[in-house]
Structure formats: structure tokens, C-alpha cells
Design a protein around this ligand. Sequence first.
Ligand code: HEC
Length: 147
Amino acid sequence: MKQAVVASTINPITKASSIMHKTGLALVCVLVAAYFVAVPVANAQAADAMAVRGKRLYENRGCKSCHGIGRKMIAPDLMGLEQRRSKEWIYKWLKETDVMIASDSTAMALVQEWNGARMPKQRLTDNDIDAMLAYVRAQETRIQAGK
Ligand code: HEC
């Protein structure tokens, strides 16, 4: 009985504010949850879009006629590229291929390994390279998944 009396003495405004507080909290939780679902999805979609752009580049710029991904053609297999070369090296190679061949020890060793073949100078932008790497990554994932 005592409790009921205490409860009935609670100011209705306090009650309403408590309900609103709880609703607000629930809403925040839903939004936070939605964020953690939506952001990875959006990121995955952005990565997909990059990979599609990269694929186009890879085909249009002729990379495809010399390089394979997951197979050896007349130039290094690009599978595992990011594991064996630093990002910095890859960007420099794809922007100043000729300078690299003339000055970088890894590049010189590659030319030797590929019997003196010299990759034609590429002038890719950072964004092109990002897209190309996204495509290589997507192909690696596809191959590793056995598809
Ligand atoms: C005419 C053939 C040819 C074309 C076209 C070509 N490459 Fe190459 N690429 C080579 C050769 C050969 C090498 C090995 C280094 C050398 O001998 O110049 C190489 C090396 C590389 C490497 C370094 C590989 C490693 O293991 O470190 C990357 C990355 C690369 N090429 C990416 C590309 C991309 C991206 C394109 C297209 C924009 C492209 N290449 C176009 C022939 C080619």
C-alpha cells in the first residue's frame, strides 16, 4: 500500500520525462546500431565501386595483356603484390616506372628476372592506383574463395 502511495505522488512530468528519456536512449541505440551496420556496407560498396573502376583501368591501360592475377604471363603475377611490395614502392612504380627502372634496386632486379623486359612507363594517378589495387584485392579474395 505504501508503495502505491509513493508511486502516485511522483510528478507526472517526471514520469513523462523518464519515458522520453528511455525512448530517447532506445532511439540512440537504434541509430548507433544502424551506423555500425550501414558503415561497413557503405565501405564495402565503395570498395566494390573502386574495384570495378580498377578492372576497367586494368583492361584499358593494357596491364591485362602482360600481367595475370593468379597466373604468370609475360610479366609478374600481381597476386600478393601488396604483401611483397610497400604501398610507397607500388605508387612510385606506377607513376615513374622509367625512373624506378633506372634507380631502384628492386625494379632493376625485376627487369633482370624478366629477361630485360621493361614495363612501359605508366602515368597513373593516386586514385587510379587505389582503384587498380582494389581490383587486385577483389580478384585475390575471389581466387582464395575458390570462385
Ligand atoms: C608490356 C607489358 C606490360 C604492361 C602493359 C604493363 N606491365 Fe607491369 N610489368 C611488366 C614487366 C615486364 C614487369 C617487371 C619489371 C620489368 O621488367 O620492367 C612489370 C612489373 C609490374 C609491377 C611490379 C610487380 C612486382 O612483383 O613487384 C606492377 C605492380 C605492375 N607491373 C603493374 C602494372 C599495371 C597496373 C599496369 C597497367 C597500368 C602494367 N603493369 C602494365 C610488364 C608490363
